[in-house]
Design a protein around this ligand. Structure first.
Ligand code: NI
Length: 241
């Protein structure tokens, strides 16, 4: 059995699934992907995400605002109240992305801090997106005491040094289909160093379809390709991974 630790089911274009999300869940189950964590990217879209996934016991949720969706300042009270929903098992995705949005740096930092505060208040783990912002991400995690709740660095593409420090704070490292990309040699080296009991796998669907599904819309069923790649990297069997 596999778990897709990070997908955006509410962002899928359903035309290729007979306009029905049931088909996406069925495809996943047929590939032995029996649980999925559907990750929120804006508070405004959270209620409809809850609705879209309501029929599926094997779909759990997070609540938060993605660092690239910082149009408005995050309302900490609203984040707290929405995150109390009983299907919400994690806070995020939050974090810092200086690669795509260096100009909103300060807004991202403020939002990240609020997410950590809410995670601690509700005792739910964090889902952290980090790109080209290693030092600030780690500093804020330390300053705000993220260690108290732990969580994951999702769709990880940064250095081993960063992974190591996050692991020391009790965090897990989640790898996506990027691990299967031809040019991802460095990332595969990082993945090799991450202890097996600190690794999670994800699709980040509908984005980042793994090899051999490049160019298609990504879906939770494809997380098995990430598992296969990791098995290879760690010299484990598919069953072990
Ligand atoms: Ni995501």
């Amino acid at each position: 059995m596999f778990i897709d630790s990070h997908c955006h089911l509410d962002r899928l274009k359903l035309e290729e699934f007979n306009n029905n999300i049931n088909q996406v869940i069925k495809n996943a189950e047929q590939a032995s992907v029996n649980q999925m964590l559907c990750v929120s990217v804006t508070l405004a879209d959270f209620p409809s995400m809850v609705e879209t996934t309501a029929a599926f016991d094997n779909v759990l949720l997070s609540c938060g605002t993605h660092p690239l969706n910082q149009g408005d300042e995050v309302d900490q009270k609203q984040l707290h109240s929405l995150s109390q929903h009983d299907r919400v098992i994690a806070i995020g995705e939050t974090g810092l992305d200086y690669f795509y949005a260096p100009k909103t740096k300060q807004v991202q930092i403020d939002s990240f801090r609020k997410h950590i505060k809410v995670a601690k208040a509700l005792q739910k783990p964090l889902i952290i997106h980090t790109r080209d912002a290693q030092q600030d991400t780690l500093d804020i995690m330390r300053e705000e005491g993220a260690e108290e709740v732990g969580g994951i660095l999702h769709c990880f593409t940064e250095s081993w040094e960063m992974a190591e420090q996050a692991i020391a704070m009790g965090f897990y490292i989640s790898f996506s289909g990027i691990l299967t990309f031809k040019n991802a040699h460095e990332l595969r080296e990082v993945a090799k160093k991450v202890p097996e009991d600190r690794i999670l796998i994800e699709t980040d669907s509908p984005y980042l379809a793994p090899v051999p599904h490049r160019g298609k819309q990504n879906q939770p069923a494809y997380v098995v390709e990430v598992a296969k790649q990791l098995a290879d990297i760690h010299s484990l069997s598919y069953e072990e991974i």
